[in-house]
Design a protein around this ligand. Structure first.
Ligand SMILES: [Zn+2]
Length: 201
């Protein structure tokens, strides 16, 4: 069963982070420039405004991409798990809202969903958004553990645990639209996917 979701549809085009317009790359709401340096040991790290890619083939954009993409995915897993733990603490009974798994995938139809079995699915691209807006998406989905639909009880719960959620939602939409503007993409609402779809996810 899918239900309509406030934060359903990211408004960005599917531009991989290593090809962002202007040469900058978003991570937790901040812009970083990519610096590719020759090095015998391949790796990626964040330092002072740069995503530094160490590679023995600095002239290969393909190799750079193959290093940056898993780095983003890894960071998304770590940060989303950390933020989920943090956000659980704002619920009156945290253990009752603990998801039974976290899945991070490259999806563009939605920011996240909660399966009936309690598995939290988040868009990998959400790692580009500011932490307080990531917290909004996670908290919204955690509320679905108790309230599957977007009825009055759902919003009562969301209002109680995250009173400024509307502000965060607007900030998320504004920031990500600005940084990934593309006239071919609009922000029409789509189902949030209370349940994981069996295909394409
Ligand atoms: Zn929802």
């Amino acid at each position: 069963m899918d239900v309509s979701c406030e934060h359903a549809r990211p408004s960005w085009p599917t531009i991989p982070p290593w090809r962002s317009p202007g040469g900058t790359h978003l991570y937790l709401g901040r812009q970083y420039r990519l610096k590719v340096v020759p090095h015998v040991q391949a790796g990626v790290k964040l330092t002072r405004g740069f995503i530094v890619v160490q590679t023995h083939r600095p002239n290969s954009s393909e190799v750079t991409r193959e290093l940056v993409d898993p780095w983003y995915r890894e960071r998304a897993h770590v940060k989303f798990a950390e933020r989920t733990e943090h956000n659980l603490t704002i619920f009156p009974d945290p253990e009752a809202f603990r998801p039974r798994g976290l899945i991070v995938r490259q999806i563009k139809q939605r920011w996240g969903s909660m399966s009936p079995a309690g598995r939290l699915l988040l868009s990998r691209r959400l790692i580009e958004a500011p932490v307080d807006t990531i917290d909004y998406v996670i908290t919204h989905e955690l509320c679905h553990i108790a309230e599957p639909n977007h009825g009055a009880a759902f919003y009562e719960l969301l209002d109680r645990v995250l009173p400024d959620w509307q502000h965060r939602k607007q900030r998320l939409e504004r920031i990500m639209r600005l940084t990934h503007s593309d006239p071919s993409h609009n922000s029409r609402r789509r189902d949030c996917g209370r349940t994981h779809r069996q295909t394409g996810l």
